[in-house]
Design a protein around this ligand. Structure first.
Ligand code: ADP
Length: 161
């Protein structure tokens, strides 16, 4: 894509953001001219943090990514991508278990919006086992989550559990 301006969108639940998400966000940011990290606000999953709290935690933990936009959206991912003029959607792949769902969604999204490309990024192997749901389980059972999430997220989890 010579001379094409790259606007990236990294969408997710981010309930809450983990070091794995931040690793992917940093890699995506390095590849873009402009980058959005956006909370999917659809009420299909029972989240423990509100959309506003998730946005706030993302803002605090991505300060080092120059010019990154943190936002949230309702509705279809491809509609939001069109709205912000994104041409790449980034998703993280941890294991083969992520692949089937991600592959299906990528093809559906490309059918809905043929101009968008979905790019899968692999995190540092340190984060390959990390998920927001595992972190919530550990926090709920009183475990130490400091190796897995930034300090502000650890504090926010402590307020809940
Ligand atoms: P979603 O509900 O959209 O899967 P998540 O917040 O769980 O939202 O994840 C957002 C994206 O980040 C997904 O592409 C997911 O595969 C990826 N991701 C989550 N945790 C990690 C991790 N530890 N390493 C790499 N990618 C990750």
């Amino acid at each position: 894509m010579p001379n094409k301006r790259i606007v990236g969108l990294y969408p997710g639940s981010f309930d809450p953001v983990t070091n794995g998400h931040l690793d992917i966000a940093r890699r995506a940011h390095d590849m873009c001219d402009e980058m959005y990290v956006s909370v999917v606000a659809n009420p299909s999953k029972n989240a423990i943090f509100s959309v506003e709290e998730r946005v706030e935690l993302l803002k605090k933990t991505t300060k080092h990514l120059k010019g990154v936009h943190i936002s949230s959206f309702n509705g279809l991912l491809v509609d939001y991508a069109k709205q912000i003029k994104a041409n790449i959607i980034f998703r993280g792949l941890r294991a083969v278990s992520d692949f089937e769902y991600e592959f299906q969604m990528a093809l559906i999204n490309r059918t809905l919006h043929p101009k968008i490309e979905v790019v899968f990024l692999v995190p540092n192997e340190k984060f390959i086992f990390l998920s927001s749901s595992a972190i919530k389980e550990v926090a709920n059972l009183g475990g130490d989550v400091t190796p897995f999430v930034p300090a502000v997220v650890e504090k926010a989890l402590r307020r809940i559990y």
